[in-house]
Design a binder for this molecule. Structure first.
Ligand code: BES
Ligand code: MN
Ligand code: ZN
Length: 492
């Protein structure tokens, strides 16, 4: 997809489709007023006649017999002054969703001049491009009969002026959207294809197309030499070998401390010997969505090249039961030297992350954010709206909360209080890998905190947000928008 900043007056533009927003009440955006005049009052006629009320999320497509646009697409903007971050994203999604069903190859979106609470024009530009990428996404690699690809190849976005800031916002939105879609591809890919070595190949491919990224892959022997027995205990039962994947982007000063992302990459989570129940187990192919978000973010970083040092690390393994699998009761020594009693082999995410968190100490990070589909309890607490955030550094957690608001990819803090740590006491080792009844997401965070001691650290539990279930089953690409917002603000 190509995105173009369109700064000419509406009368001088042309496209297969013009998209304007119509509020339910209150003042119309300039572009809507102009489109109304240029179409002989068509929009006001529909609005007054009660045929198009402007209710949020509704759309109306109209053929135009003459003029520079073949079609006019109206999208409802709801009550004036009430659009916020979330409802604006939905508005753009419904407009592009309707556009996708038309034969238009080019479209002019006049959607950046609608007021959104606390947001400016550059923000709206970014969202239009990002949400357009998200909405046009299709995953049909494994279908014999392919749906036709969307016809749209160029989206012009009407802007108030020819500012480099606005053009940059479009570029950023596109890169973030493409990063999300890469993450979605990885998540949706079936687990017989998407195994740890496959993820490593993806990282290598990224380094091949983007020279600014350098990739290093550690195999099981190399990890064993480093003492990463917590990570390796997870892949013991699987024929698929584990991998530690390191992607380095150096866009800042040589001596500038890097921001590090660590993704949980369980390419399939059966639970191991603590086998999961059968219903819906296919969705445990999504247990690598944290890893996928790191890949997607590194992809976006590679195209935007911010002035910062950014390192993405993926702890990739498959969690399978077998005669060689880790047993409940086994004790392993992690890379940090701390011993762990594995009371439940289904609490495997924290096992692979613990060693990855120790590994990244070598980078002397400015911050470390781990991303993991870590606990079912997180879905109970927050559903699919917010990811959970916890950490050892309040300023980092606050930053992530703000970036969640700004990007619409929201997070909510859970308390990582010392009082919860006791739930991890073991009779036989330094700790056990489960915290018993209550506060399951927090005790998982507590476990990780014991390994993230050398730097400011935050943990994102994306169990509820990384994919959708049911009829709309599929990876969402979250939290790539949040991570990009964070990294781009860190780069300044
Ligand atoms: N990957 C799961 C968490 C999960 C479950 C995410 C369902 C999304 C949907 C994780 O490895 C897991 O199995 N966690 C256990 C932890 C428990 C054994 C302490 C859980 O949440 O049940
Ligand atoms: Mn598990
Ligand atoms: Zn898991």
């Amino acid at each position: 997809m190509e995105y173009q900043l369109e700064c000419r007056p509406l009368t001088d533009t042309r496209a297969d489709c013009l998209i304007v927003a119509v509020p339910e009440s209150g003042e119309w955006p300039t572009s809507t007023q102009q489109a109304d005049e240029l179409t002989g009052g068509l929009i006001s006629q529909l609005h007054k006649g009660g045929d198009f009320s402007g209710k949020q999320g509704t759309t109306q497509l109209l053929p135009l017999a003459q003029g520079p646009w073949q079609r006019l697409l109206l999208v409802g903007a709801g009550k004036a002054g009430e659009l916020n971050t979330q409802s604006y994203c939905r508005l753009v999604a419904s407009a592009i969703g309707r556009l996708k069903e038309t034969g238009a190859h080019t479209a002019l979106a006049a959607l950046a001049d609608i007021p959104v609470l606390e947001r400016d024009e550059a923000w709206r530009m970014l969202i239009i491009a990002r949400v357009c990428e998200e909405t046009l996404y299709q995953f049909q690699q494994y279908k014999s009969e392919q749906l036709p690809l969307p016809k749209l190849t160029c989206l012009q976005v009407l802007a108030s002026g020819d500012s480099p800031l606005l053009a940059q916002a479009l570029t950023e939105g596109q890169a973030i959207g493409e990063g999300m879609n890469l993450a979605r591809d990885m998540g949706n890919t079936p687990p017989n294809i998407c195994h740890p070595v496959f993820l490593a190949e993806q990282a290598k491919a990224l380094a091949k197309t983007h020279k600014v990224i350098k990739t290093q892959i550690l195999d099981e022997d190399q990890m064993a030499k480093l003492g990463m027995n917590a990570l390796l205990s997870v892949s013991l039962g699987s024929i698929q070998p584990a991998r530690l994947i390191i992607m380095e982007y150096r866009g800042g000063d040589e001596d500038e401390a890097p921001h590090v992302l660590v993704g949980k990459g369980i390419t399939f989570d059966t639970g191991g010997i603590s086998l999961k129940a059968g219903a819906g187990m296919d969705e445990m192919k999504y247990d690598m969505c944290g890893a996928a978000s790191v890949l997607g973010t590194m992809h976006a970083v590679a195209s935007l090249k911010p002035q910062a040092n950014i390192i993405g690390v993926i702890a990739a393994a498959e969690n399978m039961p077998s005669d060689r699998a880790t047993r409940p009761g086994d004790i392993v020594t992690s890379m940090s030297g701390q011993t762990i009693e594995v009371l439940n082999t289904d609490a495997e995410g924290r096992m692979v992350l613990s060693d990855a968190l120790t590994y990244v100490e070598r980078f002397k990070p400015a911050s470390v954010v781990d991303i993991a589909t870590l606990t079912g309890a997180c879905i109970v607490a927050l559903g699919d709206k917010a990811s959970a955030v916890m950490g050892n550094n309040d300023s980092l957690v606050q930053k992530l909360l703000r970036c969640g608001q700004q990007s619409g990819d929201r997070v909510w803090e859970l308390p990582l209080w010392d009082e919860y740590q006791r739930q991890l006491d073991s009779n036989f080792a330094d700790m056990q890998n489960i915290g018993g009844k209550g506060a399951g997401s927090i005790t998982a965070g507590c476990f990780l905190s014991r390994f993230a001691t050398a730097y400011p650290w935050a943990h994102l539990d994306v169990a509820g947000t990384a994919w959708l279930s049911g009829k709309e089953k599929g990876a969402t690409g979250r939290p790539v928008p949040l991570l990009m917002e964070y990294l781009l603000t860190q780069a300044g």
